[in-house]
Design a protein around this ligand. Sequence first.
Ligand SMILES: Cc1cc2nc3c(=O)[nH]c(=O)nc-3n(C[C@H](O)[C@H](O)[C@H](O)COP(=O)(O)O)c2cc1C
Ligand code: SF4
Length: 500
Amino acid sequence: MWLPPNNVRHPIPDVRWPTAEEAAAARWFSPVALGPIVLEERTWVPAMVPWRATEEGFVTEEVLGWYERFARGRPGAIVVEATGVRDIPSGPLLRIGHDRFLPGLTQLVETVRRASGGHSRLLIQLIDFLAIKRRPEKEKYLRRFLAVTDRHRAALAGVAKTDDEVRERLLALPEAELEAVLTPRELESLRFGFRERVTDIERPNIRELPRVLPDIFAAATARAEKAGFDGVELHYAHAYTMASFLSALNDRPDGYGGPREHRVRLPLEVYRAARAAAGRKFAVGCRFLSDEVIPGGSHVEDATWFGVEFAKAGMDFLSLSRGGKFEDAKQPQVGWAAYPYTGESGYECMPTVYSDPRGPFGRNVPFAAPIRRAIRDAGLKTPVVVSGGIYGFEQAEGILARGEADVVAAARQSLADPDWFRKVRLGRGAEVRRCVFTNYCEGLDEKHKQVTCKLWDRAGLDEPGLKRTTDGKRRLVAPPWEAAAPAAGGLADGTDLPTT
Ligand SMILES: Cc1cc2nc3c(=O)[nH]c(=O)nc-3n(C[C@H](O)[C@H](O)[C@H](O)COP(=O)(O)O)c2cc1C
Ligand code: SF4
């Protein structure tokens, strides 16, 4: 994982937790409308892929368990992990690209409704992504994958005639000479693994993206509504297709790249198609980047402009993230694919306590605030969701009081303690298990291992019937909150004690 130069370890800030009365009067626990739906409170669990679906993308018991656990904390909203919109194999990533996924997704909705007592609204994040290959062995790449071109032949003129001879010569070249013969893209494919880009318009599937994606996202949106979700979050963030259209690196010459007016075109077309496929009571919003954090990428000025365009188009919410790109990802080992959270942009997406003087806490807020301000200045009320290093009540209240965002989301803190919103609401913040922001969970995500939190995944492993990770070493969900009930059998919010 990339770390800021001269980083220092920041302590987890001291916090003051509110009483139940204070919490009841707090902004964070007050309702907010996302277009046609209302969140009971402005607390939010953003999308987190836990690698628990089947290889075919179906919901499993483990997926249900993951969301059930978050639902017990009754946040205002939970966003289900990035879920593939196409009907193509994508490993153990949830999918919504065909009606056969509906029964599992419906069960997921029912599970969350039940576990949250109907209090949490449930959105699902819809993702499209392009092909990415594992880093090949050098011999394999030069002997099999590289398409021999006139450039290679010209560079080796006089020493190699046939394609096979060219390949063998390339293999024998010292690294510096090989660098001069291969194109930057070929070198990237050799050193990182081949990665498709939205700008590869010589490839028919890439050229056709603007033609096919609106319908694909629309069909997925209709399915999400059919399964019972309250809305969709179109994934326009991080390293994936739609974010790449918004990126300043997108120079497609077909009216979908270049100036920002062109880069926003497909995201707006996808949104309009999704909106048209949804009923009037269904929320449609997106997650996008307030800053790509890569050289040549879009920064907050572009993001502010995009935010206003999305709001004008009628999106029901805008959730902001930062970074998480392939462009600055670390070179993977041979046999592994690049992971978009290993460079500086990845750091900004999930910052740790090993940080620069700004520290990891609320690090994205200064980027979200101007976007929200511009939306308000345009006379629009679209709620803005911020996340990144959120750890406490007063921090969240301050963000809302200063008008920097409308909803304050926490991913890792909610993983560390899925009951934390509820504990705070009940005036029992002292019982919150606090995230230490060192990214053990993100390390598991990188290896596509079932995601758990180091603060609880070895606790109570001898409990009878406990569900464990496939390696048998960790528990899959946080232990129950052993709450002492104020009155026999129930908590102050009128519900039973947690039982699992
Ligand atoms: C294990 C893990 C999986 C994640 N998966 C997603 C995802 O599917 N979609 C997404 O937009 N963000 C994803 N994120 C990023 C989080 O939603 C969030 O933006 C980030 O962790 C920063 O917020 P935090 O500081 O509250 O953790 C993931 C984060 C983690 C730790
Ligand atoms: S593993 Fe570490 S960073 Fe991740 S949720 Fe747990 S304490 Fe936080």
